[in-house]
Design a protein around this ligand. Structure first.
Ligand SMILES: [Zn+2]
Length: 152
């Protein structure tokens, strides 16, 4: 058995929408994906990692486009994670061009990212989230969003 999630996170990892906006976004997701197994809001005091699971194919440098080796990325993940305090999202020089990026800034294919807020739909059965719906979520939540398709 495998599961699929659509996970919406703010592009700004520190951003947490207010409670009313969270509730409205959750209601919208229930309308957009009425057959979802579950719709869940996650809020934490610390920055957490939201991965795309088996959908991850490669990680590239956003400055020069070179692929970042998995072991290099893993080292930075270990260094950046502060146990219960979550991720610091410090900047690290890329091995290819030395330009500095946080782990959230890297070009993940498929997308994944970091944040303190997420809105998840488990097994939404809608394929890709339509752009018009993404824009509605962005309007309600007051932030640009990153859409993560997690496959486990
Ligand atoms: Zn580079």
């Amino acid at each position: 058995m495998s599961d699929n999630w659509i996970v919406l996170i703010p592009e700004d990892p520190q951003f947490v929408p207010n409670a009313e906006a969270q509730r409205r976004a959750r209601d919208l997701f229930a309308e957009v994906a009425p057959e979802a197994d579950d719709i869940e809001i996650k809020v934490s005091d610390t920055v957490q990692f939201f991965d795309c699971g088996a959908n991850l194919e490669r990680i590239c440098c956003p400055s020069c486009g070179s692929e970042i080796p998995a072991d290099c990325w893993q080292d930075h993940m270990d260094e950046d994670s502060d146990g219960e305090k979550g991720f610091k999202l410090a900047s690290y020089p890329a091995p290819c061009c030395d330009k500095e990026h946080t782990l959230h800034d890297l070009a993940y294919d498929w997308p994944q990212g970091f944040g303190r807020f997420a809105l998840n739909a488990k097994n939404p059965k809608i394929g890709r989230l339509e752009d018009k719906h993404k824009q509605e979520f962005e309007f309600i939540l007051g932030t640009k969003l990153r859409v993560i398709y997690q496959h486990i």
